[in-house]
Design a protein around this ligand. Structure first.
Ligand code: ACM
Length: 798
């Protein structure tokens, strides 16, 4: 253990008396105290501290330590692990609290990094705050980093930037529940600039996430520079956007990382205790590769790098040429990425090209392999054994189980948890990253300002409720569960802003459930998350406020509200968001505005503005407004419209596939182009105006393509049919006894090659009883672009 030291800038809370300190330090403290006023800094919240993730054990003692700019940090001489962690601490405290800590000698330092070789549990640390200052004690680099990140949180409990912090005396003993606390970033569907990755790495470290899985290759782009195969990035890193009609835009989109850039990222991550797991996706999702090197494909043709999301047909050649190619790529990959695991994908490889290739069929015969899935297993095992000769391990998506799991492989389970259960019970290591719950491209609320993604909503609370140890795993095999990972697929996360919006704050929940074994308590988690959200924002990140935004919920149908000339609105939030306050006079809500207690009943025409405020009167989200005038009640935009029939794959998409701005969004169903305005008051509304956009049809649906509903078009490019009284808002098959909908209007659609992509149609609606659905069905040929509804405005009958 370290020696007893003197400190400065440390005082005991009980006595308020300064402890022994050097003369210079005393003068410095006097100056600082004069500059901040004589009031002692308050504890963030009496005797509690808010840490995310929650530590294994935290006990409070009497007293406190105050830390200010100039406080010294001492590290054991020559201990590179401790020095690195101390530097991280200094950087975080500077950015998150505005305090400049300084390296000092043991005698004058208040913060001591102390090596304790007895702390052998991976990533473990202890942290004590007491009479002798603050000690961060660890036996490893990761332990020091974790301790430093806990201390950084203790030193930035609130938004008093630049002011000293009083930390209560306490002892933390901490180690993670799981060793794999991961985040996957898909750099293939949309290239993610290196600077955006660096920011994410920084903030993963803040909450002790320790694996960054980079999805580096896919049909839409190859992002890893391979010196031996330069065309992979010269050709494979670039694609053109799909057409919404007429010639596609000429500019190419994409990008790639040089090996030098990735080495820098690897070492930046390693300094923060984070291992990067690179993924080369094989044998499917290989279209960019085949575009660059058709001879490494199966049938010899040269596709363009794909602009279609989903499943595309191009596969890797499983023969000697393909194997050699992959081994060459792996040689360069493992030279750049020193971590144990290499991810080789294995997901969604439709095997049609292999089925249709005489060469591949001959190879299967020669190997005595009966099915293409077994060939995939053989291939994965070949690469797994190759990696093993280099001291590495292979991990793949759960499809690699399908042809029999190669002994060498670990499994990342994404199609639910069954893959993990099966693989763990067979004695393989597994990581849980099930869709949809840990798929961060899922929307996180039903608010209409939520940017694009999968329509299945996965809230902050949903992620927090996820249990990474699935039922069904034999308790004796539970040790095979390495941990869990959230995946930020980027088809619809086109910009760093959108990527951050999807990741933050939900990875706070992931961090808590993978680090801490403590019983779950969502309100308590939210209280611990709040200061972390403030830190993330201070670091310049977009953090979604979806969980805390006040959402108005109409307590009746819009028709009922209009008929009664009264709207009843409840103001709700997903997560505890403090005290909700609102205004009805158009002014911005403040901590002194009316407090929301029960649903509001109002005449139409008022605008409700509402916001939550925490205990110290700070807003917990950006304010949201809700217009209740009759016209607003009759207008529905993309987020209020539903696909008909319900239950098909739903996406919220932007106007163009490679949108770089937060363009208007559309809720679409890939298998149909029918959009319903649910519960339209057809007794009141006599007309409609619909804004329609023509979008790219850029979905690789593979064998599901036959499920796309083609409606019969009776003019060259199809029509927009407006159907009053349809069953748009239903689940399951149509009700055969329901009355037939009335065709209220039919508009021929223009030639996509010769018309602007946005258009408006107006018409009248038949009078019907009460609230009925109105469906907007496009009958355009499925070989042509895709139509979606941006907005429907109903017009009251006079
Ligand atoms: C995946 O979502 N295809 C792993």
């Amino acid at each position: 253990m370290h020696v007893v030291r003197y400190w400065f800038a440390c005082r005991t809370e009980k006595t308020g008396r300064s402890m022994t300190m050097s003369k210079g330090a005393a003068a410095w403290i006097a100056a600082v105290l004069a500059s901040v006023g004589s009031a002692a800094p308050a504890l963030a919240s009496d005797r509690s501290v808010a840490l995310l993730p929650r530590p294994t054990s935290l006990t409070y003692q009497a007293g406190s330590v105050t830390i200010d700019s100039g406080t010294g940090i001492a590290v054991p001489a020559g201990d590179a692990d401790a020095i690195g962690a101390a530097k991280l601490l200094m950087a975080h405290v500077a950015g998150e609290r505005g305090l400049a800590l300084q390296v000092a000698d043991t005698q004058t330092a208040s913060v001591h990094f102390v090596r304790d070789p007895a702390l052998t549990r991976p990533e473990a640390y202890r942290l004590t705050v007491g009479q002798s200052g603050i000690d961060v004690i660890a036996g490893s680099h990761a332990g020091f980093v974790n301790g430093a990140m806990t201390l950084a949180q203790l030193l930035s409990p609130d938004d008093r930037f630049g002011q000293p912090v009083r930390v209560p005396a306490l002892t933390i003993v901490d180690a993670p529940r799981f060793g794999w606390r991961g985040l996957m970033v898909d750099t293939a569907r949309h290239f993610v600039p290196l600077s955006a990755l660096t920011l994410i790495v920084d903030q993963m470290a803040s909450v002790k996430l320790n694996v960054l899985h980079l999805h580096l290759t896919d049909d839409q782009g190859w992002r890893f520079e391979v010196k031996r195969y330069p065309r992979l990035t010269q050709v494979g890193a670039w694609r053109i956007a799909p057409s919404t009609g007429g010639p596609p835009p000429p500019e190419q989109v994409g990008g790639f990382y040089t090996q030098a850039e990735l080495r820098r990222l690897v070492s930046y991550a390693a300094e923060r205790g984070i291992t990067i797991v690179p993924e080369i996706d094989l044998p499917g999702h290989a279209q960019a590769l085949v575009s660059a090197y058709p001879e490494i494909g199966v049938l010899g043709d040269t596709p363009a790098v794909s602009h279609d999301w989903g499943v595309n047909p191009y596969l890797l050649d499983p023969g000697p040429k393909g194997v050699r190619f992959v081994e060459d790529v792996l040689d360069e990959l493992i030279d750049v990425f020193p971590g144990t695991y290499v991810h080789l994908g294995g997901d969604e490889a439709v095997k049609d090209q292999w089925e249709r290739s005489p060469k591949v069929q001959a190879q299967m015969k020669a190997l005595g392999i009966a099915t293409e899935n077994e060939l995939q297993s053989w291939l994965i095992d070949t690469f797994g054994r190759y990696l093993a000769t280099k001291g590495r391990r292979l991990i793949g998506w759960d499809e690699i189980l399908e042809g029999g799991l190669p002994p060498s492989a670990s499994v990342m389970s994404w199609r639910g948890e069954q893959g993990a259960v099966d693989a763990a019970n067979q004695g393989h290591d597994v990581v849980l990253s099930p869709a949809p719950i840990l798929y961060l491209d899922s929307l996180q609320s039903d608010q209409n300002d939520e940017p694009p993604g999968r329509l299945s909503i996965q809230t902050l609370a949903d992620v927090y409720a996820y249990e990474p140890l699935p039922k069904g795993i034999d308790p004796a095999k539970a040790g095979h569960v390495l941990g869990a990972q959230a995946n930020a697929w980027s088809e619809y996360l086109a910009t760093p802003w959108q990527l951050q919006h999807a990741i933050f704050p939900r990875i706070g929940a992931l961090a808590d459930i993978t680090w801490s074994a403590a019983p779950r308590n969502f309100p308590g988690f939210v209280e611990r998350l709040r200061p972390q959200i403030a830190r993330w924002r201070r670091a310049g990140l977009e953090v979604a406020d979806s969980a805390f935004a006040v959402t108005p919920k109409l307590q009746s149908s819009r028709g009922e509200a209009l008929r009664a000339n009264r709207v009843k609105v409840a103001l709700v939030t997903q997560a505890p968001a403090g005290t909700i306050r609102y205004t009805l006079d158009g002014s911005a809500p403040s901590a002194r505005s009316a407090r929301y207690l029960a649903p509001l009943t109002l005449p139409p025409g008022v605008t409700i503005r509402a916001l939550g405020f925490d205990a110290s009167g700070r807003p917990t989200a950006a304010p949201r407004a809700f217009d209740t005038d009759r016209e607003a009640l009759l207008t529905r935009s993309a987020s209020d419209l539903v696909s008909c029939p319900l239950g098909s794959l739903g996406l919220r998409v932007p106007r163009t596939a490679d949108a770089t701005a937060n363009a208007p969004v559309f809720n679409v169903n890939l298998f149909d182009t029918c959009t319903a305005y649910p519960a339209a008051p057809l007794d009141l509304a006599g007309g409609f105006t619909v804004i329609v956009d023509r979008l790219a049809r850029n979905y690789g649906l593979a064998h599901e393509a036959k499920a796309v509903r083609a409606a019969y078009n009776v003019t060259a490019h199809g029509e927009l049919l407006v159907l009053a009284g349809c069953q748009g808002d239903r689940k399951g098959p149509p009700d055969a006894d329901a009355p037939k909908p009335v065709i209220a209007a039919s508009f021929p659609l223009p030639d996509p090659d010769r018309s602007p992509p946005r258009m408006t149609f107006s018409g009248s609606l038949p009078k019907m009883d009460g609230d009925r659905d109105v469906c907007f069905q496009f009958t355009s040929p499925i070989s042509e672009p895709f139509y979606a509804v941006e907005q429907v405005r109903l017009v009251e009958r006079r």
